[in-house]
Design a protein around this ligand. Structure first.
Ligand code: FES
Ligand code: FES
Length: 163
């Protein structure tokens, strides 16, 4: 199949890459750019492990064509660090044991980032609704919710997360 040259803007950098029209964003990120933080858990928009931000909105990269993202700002877990430090939500995940196997964690964090950008003070119900698109197979959701609550609180106060 013929490849076309596109420009993908990922984590603040522009990459010129040749892609087939059917190439998926997840494959371009992982194999084309070596950004392996986004994971393939299901391949059919069921698990959220591949979630990235496209213009700030959480999207599942396993069912998104790479070419359709040209001209948009893509953020992966590798681009979440803020000013050289872990973002509040990443630090809170570590503090509260939110990351267990870690496979699903990047997707959860991207979903939380999208939620907080849209609504800096979400209710418990808002958080649960947003996270319903992501699956953790370890059944360890309580630590995740504690981490998210802690990160929301820290962002609200503008302080470092302290357990
Ligand atoms: S790999 Fe994309 S939603 Fe599961
Ligand atoms: S922590 Fe990843 S599947 Fe549970």
């Amino acid at each position: 199949m013929n490849k076309e040259l596109i420009e993908l803007r990922v984590n603040g950098r522009t990459h010129e890459i040749a892609v087939e029209p059917s190439a998926l964003l997840l494959d371009m990120l992982r194999q084309g750019l070596g950004l392996t933080g986004s994971k393939r858990g299901c391949d059919d928009s069921s698990c959220g492990a591949c979630t990235v931000l496209v213009d700030g909105v959480a999207m599942m990269s396993c069912t998104l064509l790479a070419a359709s993202c040209e001209g948009q700002e893509i953020t992966t877990i590798e681009g979440v660090r803020e000013h050289g430090s872990l973002a509040a939500i990443q630090k809170a995940y570590g503090d509260w044991g939110g990351a267990q196997c870690g496979y699903c964690t990047p997707g959860f964090i991207m979903t939380v980032k999208s939620l907080l950008a849209e609504n800096p003070d979400p209710s418990e119900a808002d958080v649960r609704r947003a996270l319903s698109s992501n699956l953790c197979r370890c059944t360890g959701y309580n630590q995740m919710y504690e981490a998210i609550r802690s990160a929301i609180e820290a962002e609200r106060k503008g302080l470092a997360v302290a357990k």
